[in-house]
Every structure is written in C-alpha cells, then in structure tokens.
Design a protein around this ligand. Structure first.
Ligand SMILES: CC(C)(COP(=O)(O)OP(=O)(O)OC[C@H]1O[C@@H](n2cnc3c(N)ncnc32)[C@H](O)[C@@H]1OP(=O)(O)O)[C@@H](O)C(=O)NCCC(=O)NCCS
Length: 170
C-alpha cells in the first residue's frame, strides 16, 4: 500500500463511482438503506447528481495511489426544516484495506466539510445494529445514539436501525 489519500469526487467521475458503489451494494447488501436494484436503475444524470459536487452534497473517494479503495458521502438533509442538518452515508472501504483505521479519513474529511458550512449545526447517521465497526466509528467521533427502530434491509433481514446524532459546538 502506498500513501492513502482522500478527495472530493467530481461529477465527471460518475462511471468510476457507479461501478464502485454497485460493487459495494452487491457485496454488502445488509448495511445500506439503498438496494442494488434501486441504484442499478439510475441514469447517468442521476449518478452525477449522486456525487454532488455542490455546496449541499459531496461524495469523497479514498485512493491508494490512483486506485479507488473507498467512498463516503455527506449531504444536507432536505427532511429537516431549518437547513441545519447534515447526513453521513455510503461509507465503504474495500475489505483488503479495512482494520487500518482508514475510516478516520472518511470522518475527518466529512466533518471538515460540515464545519466549513456554519449553517450546519448537527450531523445524523444511522447504522444497522449488528454493524459493530460502524457503530464504534460513530461513537469515536462523538455521535450519540438517539433511538432505534426495526427496519427491513436490502438483504431481506429485519433488524434495528440505530440512529445517531452529533451536535456541533459552534
Ligand atoms: C465501516 C467501514 C468503512 C469502517 O472501516 P474499517 O477500516 O473497517 O474500520 P477502522 O479500521 O477505520 O476502525 C473503525 C473503528 O472500529 C473498530 N473496529 C474495527 N473492526 C471492528 C470490528 N470487527 N468490531 C468492532 N469494532 C471494530 C476499530 O477499532 C475502530 O475504532 P477505534 O478507532 O476506537 O479503534 C468498513 O468496515 C466498511 O466498509 N464496512 C462495510 C460497509 C459498511 O458497513 N458501511 C457503513 C454503513 S453505515
């Protein structure tokens, strides 16, 4: 492994992103809210929009040299009035690169994106209850559990979705 870096993906990179995201949804259908079928039906324009590259929405890519090895997303919630809420989603690191604390890059980069937008005062994320790694990563960054509810996941299983919130100090 060479130096691992993280940067914002550009909408022009939608094919690279699409292939990586679809592979993540295929290999790990039990942890994301989006199903493979939903994502596979997207048009090129929808994939471009899904990357964002705007003041309200951004997907980041984790790279080992030129190779994309992970993705993560942050966007402004449109379901919370006041425009004060950001949401984290889509995190995925290739299995060969896990367990090396590379998720820190995903969190620190997204938190910097949120902190650069003073209107955003809290961050929400949700996780399948059995996803111990993801829950641990959320808690390390100060996310606090706010509730849980049963959910049917794209792998067909029903299990609690755990909701987390991080209140930012401005
Ligand atoms: C979630 C994911 C991005 C985390 O990346 P990672 O490389 O596995 O995790 P890291 O090495 O950065 O470790 C994150 C934290 O989890 C802990 N951890 C690692 N493996 C763990 C395990 N199997 N069980 C419990 N905790 C674990 C680490 O110790 C670390 O905590 P610490 O900083 O307090 O020591 C990665 O596991 C992944 O892509 N998983 C599949 C997709 C997924 O679940 N996405 C999240 C959907 S909400």
């Amino acid at each position: 492994m060479t130096a691992v870096t993280i940067r914002a993906l550009d909408p022009s990179e939608w094919e690279l992103f699409r292939d990586f995201r679809l592979a993540a949804l295929t290999s790990t259908p039990g942890v994301f809210a989006t199903s493979y079928a939903e994502a596979a039906a997207r048009t090129p324009e929808e994939w471009r929009a899904n990357i964002g590259g705007t003041d309200h929405h951004q997907v980041f890519g984790l790279f080992d040299a030129e190779r994309l090895i992970g993705i993560t997303a942050v966007f402004e919630s449109d379901t919370h009035p006041g425009g004060d809420t950001a949401v984290f989603a889509m995190s995925f690191i290739l299995p060969a690169y896990r367990g090396q604390q590379l998720s820190r890059l995903l969190y620190e980069t997204r938190l910097a994106w949120v902190r650069a937008r003073p209107r955003l005062t809290r961050v929400l994320v949700s996780v399948r209850a059995s996803n111990a790694t993801s829950r641990r990563a959320n808690e390390r960054y100060g996310f606090v559990e706010t509730g849980r509810a049963p959910r049917e996941w794209p792998d067909g299983a029903t299990e609690d979705e755990v909701f987390y919130q991080l209140q930012l100090r401005r």
